[in-house]
Design a protein around this ligand. Structure first.
Ligand code: PLP
Length: 378
């Protein structure tokens, strides 16, 4: 593969930092002065602000999105002998966190236009052991939550949103994070709301779950050195809380900028031989990723790379085909939509600061590739 110098990166965290440098530098200096390096006032303030943003009563700040899923599941009472239903077309953490609790992940296929949990496949996966459903709002678009909630209500199951990629996304007007019983966010640096290191949170309006998660993140303490639960060290750092507070103030503007970039892509790629992402009727998509489908994905990626355009594949292998998860008992052919998506998806550069000329260049390169080869549209 030709490895030309990257001219247009998939994302550019440095550009974002430079746009907000004075605010960030001041926030960092404030934490150094207060020396509240773990939890503390900035983290507490961020929790309040992020809960308000998600329209929930509570938010518990943690050290990663994976920890968020782990603790939400524990708060829901999930443990060994239980089953949790999620999807194979996700980042591996969604499934790994289920295994941390000792429960068994049960997978259902995705719906091919939204890449999110297919509600029609859900009912058949429920057994007497099912305890929770973990739909993933992949790429920044909410799963179709109403039919999922309806099934959950009938079977008395807990619904936990994996909103790791969906800060600011909406489902029928409701913010991601406020739809299920609990929701899990990641603040990994490249996320739409990203820390300068690891970070995560659970949002919930259930005060009992909130209290349990607060204890579990800090060694299960209900007061200092009194351990009511067997907990973890999953606390958010003070610096991350302060940085996230600054960035949260910009999130809506950044989301609008992402949506402007993706609207431009949609327009320019209308007659290209790729399938552009579909914003579902229920969704406000926040385009954590702008992911097209191509039957000739690997060649398209190589052609773009040769022009200095960086792309990503999210994700090349569904979780059920990953060697580490072979013992879940699934095999090739079990989830045809997930498998087909994994073979076809390609994420193009998208970030709020991406110049319109770069969007144009990427689109021209995609179309040049399309006209060079004869493919049927996917
Ligand atoms: C869908 C999904 N779930 C969970 C996670 C885990 O988050 P983290 O990397 O913060 O642990 C991520 C992000 O990496 C993700 O994309």
């Amino acid at each position: 593969m030709n490895s030309a110098r990257i001219r247009i990166p998939l994302l550019d965290l440095r550009a974002q930092y430079h746009n907000i440098k004075p605010e960030i530098d001041q926030a960092i200096a404030g934490v150094l002065e207060s020396s509240q390096f773990v939890l503390g006032a900035e983290v507490a303030a961020f929790e309040n602000e992020f809960a308000a943003y998600c329209a929930t009563e509570g938010c518990i700040a943690l050290n990663s999105g994976t920890s968020a899923i782990h603790l939400a599941l524990l708060a829901a009472g999930v443990g060994p002998d239980d089953e949790v239903i999620t999807v194979p077309f996700t980042f591996v953490a969604s499934v790994a966190a289920v295994l941390y609790t000792g429960a068994r992940p049960v997978l259902v296929d995705v719906e091919p236009r939204s890449f999110t949990m297919d509600p029609a496949a859900l009912e058949a996966a429920i057994t007497p052991r099912t305890k929770a459903i973990l739909p993933v709002h992949l790429y920044g678009q909410s799963a179709d939550m109403d039919p999922i909630l309806e099934v959950a209500r009938r079977h008395r199951l807990v619904v936990i949103e994996d909103a790791a990629q969906a800060h600011g996304a909406k489902y029928k007007g409701l913010p991601a994070g406020s739809i299920g019983d609990m929701a899990c966010f990641s603040f990994y640096p490249g996320k739409n709301l990203g820390a300068y290191g690891e970070g995560g949170a659970v949002t919930t309006s259930n005060s009992k779950h909130e209290r349990t998660i607060r204890m579990l993140r800090d060694w299960g303490q209900d007061r200092k050195y009194h351990h009511a639960l067997r907990g973890f060290n999953y606390r958010m750092e003070g610096l991350q809380g302060a940085i996230l507070r600054v960035k949260l103030r910009h999130l809506e503007a950044w989301t609008n900028a992402r949506r402007a970039v993706t609207a431009q892509y949609n327009e320019l790629l209308r007659d290209a031989e790729v399938t552009t992402p579909q914003e579902m009727p229920w969704a406000r998509h926040v385009y954590h990723a702008y992911t097209v489908r191509s039957r000739d994905r690997d060649a398209l990626q190589a052609a773009l790379q040769a022009e200095g355009i960086q792309t990503g594949i999210h994700y090349p292998l569904p979780v059920h085909l990953q060697p580490a998860y072979a013992d879940l008992g699934y095999g090739r052919g079990d989830f045809p939509q997930a498998e087909e998506a994994a073979a076809q998806v390609l994420s193009l550069p998208v970030y709020p600061e991406l110049p319109s000329e770069s969007v144009q260049e990427v689109a021209v390169a995609v179309k040049k590739f399309s006209s060079r080869t004869v493919h049927a549209p996917v």
